[in-house]
Ligand binder design. Structure first.
Ligand code: FAD
Length: 442
């Protein structure tokens, strides 16, 4: 290895931006003129929580392997690190002289805290930590109300987002900048050496197709009517600027969905307490039933409500679930079964290939009625009506429930009308316990 012959190279730290093209932080690192060593850290704090055949770990590993191969072609390599961030970074920083560490900014509470600790540690060695915006069009405080406070309702946020988009400088995707990668020959570890094995579940490839009719087909789970790009946005195998460039033909509804993603990201940034608390504290008094047996029945897709069961089975088998069906499953768990949204959120977090803390939390709180711009609590989806309306030929439901018409298919776990009334009572009773918010002057 001749890495030591280069004076003070820089490091680029890949996290949820697993691509060489249109990668703002990497381009910034390359533009500085110093040779760049790319690294990725398999963080044991995160890995410890995951099943050994987690499909997301396999996907990350595969994607990194492709990046490594490309870097080898360019005379460099991807250095894979494995351990706790502070220990790994302390070792790396002490190894030789580095002139800076570059990364793309991450907004989740764990990542923010980790980055602050790593930046402080690097500072003690005189190494600047430079993080830049990459995973969103607008971040943190860029879209706020006139008085500087965050938006908590989607429609005015979206209006302001579109104004900023239409009047701001163009945000076109940028190819990999010219620059120099550090000559290095780091070996690429096997998945097994990281303690994992491959999964039968695969991330579908990124491919944008027929989004012209998105608004008409997006709610029909039997159709191939949505983009299926969420895992790619999650891991940054495609950048948001590239997605916008690739979907120019798509209608406004599609753009709105991308804005929902950023809306929930800024909610999590400004209100990190939503991770485990209701956005609206007035719902804190709801007496969840939290029946474990009913939760297990929901997880297994055996509630006797076909649309709910098909969705849960799709999730268990593929790591994905259609958005309309996610809404129905989440509503069923929180309202029909009166199980705390945090249980459902955690189950989705474990299973979803596109698991994103901000979107998952935001949508679960939306479904439970506790969220910032949520469905009103008295709106209880009727899973049978939703089935009739959005899967009228039962094509989707039959795909996941082969025994639908046989005696093996369970009877409904709870009667819809009864469950609806029970939910309304529980929500009303919870709200009556709420302490009224303090108004100014009190
Ligand atoms: P498309 O319909 O093609 O939308 C394009 C992109 O817009 C998506 O990839 C996503 O980035 C964004 N988007 C679409 N709908 C939403 C939405 N409601 N909220 C935020 N962003 C949206 N999405 C996640 O990415 N990660 C999650 O962990 C997640 N958990 C969810 C949990 C529940 C209970 C519900 C109801 C929705 C959740 N969603 C989540 C939102 C949505 O279901 C998925 O983004 C969508 O199904 C992904 O499929 P797609 O890429 O084909 O979406």
């Amino acid at each position: 290895m001749n890495a030591t012959s280069d004076p003070s190279p820089v490091l680029f730290w890949f996290r949820r931006d697993l691509r060489l093209n249109d990668n703002t932080g990497l381009n910034r690192a390359l533009a500085g003129g110093k040779p760049v060593q790319c690294v990725f850290l398999f963080d044991t704090h995160i890995l410890e929580e995951l099943p050994r055949d987690d499909a997301r770990v396999g996907f990350i590993h595969e994607t990194l392997q492709a990046i490594h191969t490309e870097l080898v072609r360019r005379g460099s390599s991807l250095r894979i690190l494995h351990g706790e961030p502070e220990t790994v970074w302390a070792n790396l920083a002490g190894e030789r002289s580095w002139s800076a560490v570059y990364a793309n900014r991450d907004y989740e509470p764990y990542a923010t805290e980790r980055d602050q600790k790593v930046a402080a540690l690097l500072k003690t060695r005189g190494i600047p930590f430079v993080d830049v915006k990459d995973q969103v069009i607008f971040e943190r405080d860029e879209i706020v109300k006139a008085d500087g406070t965050p938006y908590t309702v989607f429609t005015p946020y979206k209006r302001r987002w579109l104004e900023a988009w239409n009047t701001g400088r163009s945000q076109a995707p940028e190819p990999l900048a010219s620059g120099r990668f550090l000559a290095s020959q780091h070996p690429f570890p096997s998945l097994e050496s990281l303690g994992f094995r491959s999964s039968a579940i695969r991330v579908p490839p990124y491919r944008i197709h027929h989004l012209e009719s998105y608004a008409a087909t997006r709610d029909l789970p039997a159709e191939d009517g949505t983009s299926r790009l969420s895992p790619h946005l999650r891991f940054g195998t495609v950048g948001i600027r590239q997605v916008i460039a690739d979907t120019r033909e798509a209608d406004d509804t599609f753009r709105s969905e991308l804005i929902w993603r950023e809306f929930f990201m800024q909610i999590l940034h400004h209100f990190p307490r939503v991770v485990d608390q209701n956005f609206h504290r007035k719902y804190d008094g709801i007496a969840w039933r939290n029946r474990d047996d009913e939760f297990q029945t929901w997880c297994a897709g055996r509630t006797g409500y076909p649309l709910v069961d098909a969705g849960m089975r799709q999730l268990n088998a593929t790591g994905l679930m259609h958005n309309r069906v996610r809404m129905v499953c989440a509503s069923f768990l929180t309202k029909h079964l009166l199980i705390d949204w945090r249980w459902g959120e955690a189950y989705f977090a474990e299973k979803l290939l596109d698991f994103e803390l901000s979107s998952n939390n935001g949508n679960w709180q939306w479904a439970a009625g506790t969220g910032c711009d949520a469905a009103p609590y008295f709106r209880v989806f009727n899973p049978l009506e939703q089935h009739k309306r959005f899967d009228p030929g039962s094509t989707y439901v039959r795909r996941w429930i082969p025994e639908l018409d046989s005696p093996d298919y369970p009877r409904p776990l709870v009667d819809h009308k009864y469950a609806r009334e029970r939910a309304l009572q529980a929500y009303k009773a919870g709200l009556s316990l709420a302490v009224p918010p303090r108004t100014s002057g009190q």
